[in-house]
Write a protein that binds this ligand. Structure first.
Ligand SMILES: N[C@@H](CCC(=O)N[C@@H](CS)C(=O)NCC(=O)O)C(=O)O
Length: 322
């Protein structure tokens, strides 16, 4: 039996203590779609699983959570393309665990958000969803037109699945989520981890929850981001966007993680990376960022800021040592 069950908790990128608290710490007003009552999950999943559902249209639906980095990517792409879609918020808190429902797991066996539903079919995994949207809705394009440009774009986008998402989760848990989620209580946290489908995710989380800012996984996560942020800065010496002259999936896939670390109070770490800062400001200035990120909730809060301030000296030391 390890001690964290009794004295600490866990929260993923998207897991806030309670939906009420998540709402309370939101600085921006909610968009209308977010405040709509959620429809019954069973009916929507019935449709999504390709059975004889009443709705066989080309409608787009997204199961997501407001502060999820993976969901942000998809919402930004949807906005870039001007697509209409229906929102289904899944409350992924340790208490509610709506993403662990059996019906949802049929759509997304890893039990994570987001999942896109298009024409009654489910597509999980944010990077796969981005490519799917490109194939299904090519205009306006979010992939460079030339094959070499596309190869460059994919060298960036593959990073998200190779490690960036996992490393950002490590940072978030160690910096504040373990403490935030402790209020859910040990039984809720225990039940959450028993239901989590992915063993590797569970193992990493438990290590980070047990050790917090002293986690053996933290230095690697910090070094990982330091390298990628420097790579981004260097790449921007040659072009205004990561994969060339036009905004692409590479910018979306990398940009949300800069936003994530910025929201964890870490921006002073990359104050010397002028090109990255300028690029990220241009990313945040796009209407799609407002529609895909800001309208779904602010990434910071007074409570989070306090945890971030506590963590900053530790993270700074690791960044400088990397
Ligand atoms: N590789 C997945 C990662 C998705 C993911 O980790 N989503 C997080 C939110 S950013 C989640 O569902 N967390 C809830 C949990 O792990 O319980 C993707 O890109 O879609």
């Amino acid at each position: 039996m390890i001690s964290w069950w009794s004295d600490s908790g866990y929260s993923s990128d998207s897991m806030i203590l309670s939906y009420e608290l998540a709402r309370a710490i939101t600085r921006r007003p909610l968009c209308p779609a977010q405040s709509e009552p959620r429809r019954g999950l069973r009916l929507k999943l019935y449709s999504a699983m390709g059975t004889t559902a009443p709705d066989q249209s080309n409608a787009l639906e997204l199961y997501h959570f407001d502060r999820s980095s993976a969901a942000r990517k998809v919402r930004i792409a949807l906005a870039e393309k001007g697509l209409e879609w229906q929102s289904h918020i899944l409350n992924t808190s340790v208490v509610s665990r709506e993403h662990h429902q059996a019906d949802y797991l049929k759509l997304n066996p890893r039990g994570v958000v987001p999942t896109l539903i298009h024409a009654g079919k489910a597509i999980p995994e944010s990077q796969v969803i981005l490519e799917y949207l490109e194939d299904a809705f090519p205009e306006p394009p979010l992939r460079p037109v030339d094959p070499y440009g596309r190869s460059q774009m994919r060298l960036w986008t593959k990073l998200a699945d190779e490690g960036m998402h996992v490393q950002s989760r490590t940072l978030a848990i160690c910096i504040y989520m373990r403490d935030l989620n402790a209020e859910a209580g040990p039984e809720a946290v225990k039940a959450y981890y028993e239901a989590m489908p992915e063993e590797g995710r569970r193992r990493n989380d438990l290590t980070n929850i047990e050790h917090g800012l002293a986690s053996p996984l933290l230095s690697e996560a910090v070094a990982y981001f330091k390298k990628i942020f420097h790579d981004i800065d260097a790449a921007l010496a040659d072009s205004s966007w990561l994969a060339g002259a036009t905004f692409s999936l590479a910018d979306i896939s990398m940009g949300v993680y800069v936003t994530r670390l910025d929201g964890l109070g870490m921006a002073p770490l990359w104050g010397d990376l002028g090109r990255l800062i300028d690029w990220h400001q241009r990313f945040e200035s796009r209407p799609s960022y407002a529609a895909g990120v800001e309208d779904w909730g602010d990434h910071s809060s007074a409570q989070r800021d306090r945890y971030a301030a506590r963590a900053f000296p530790v993270i700074k030391t690791l960044w400088e040592a990397a």
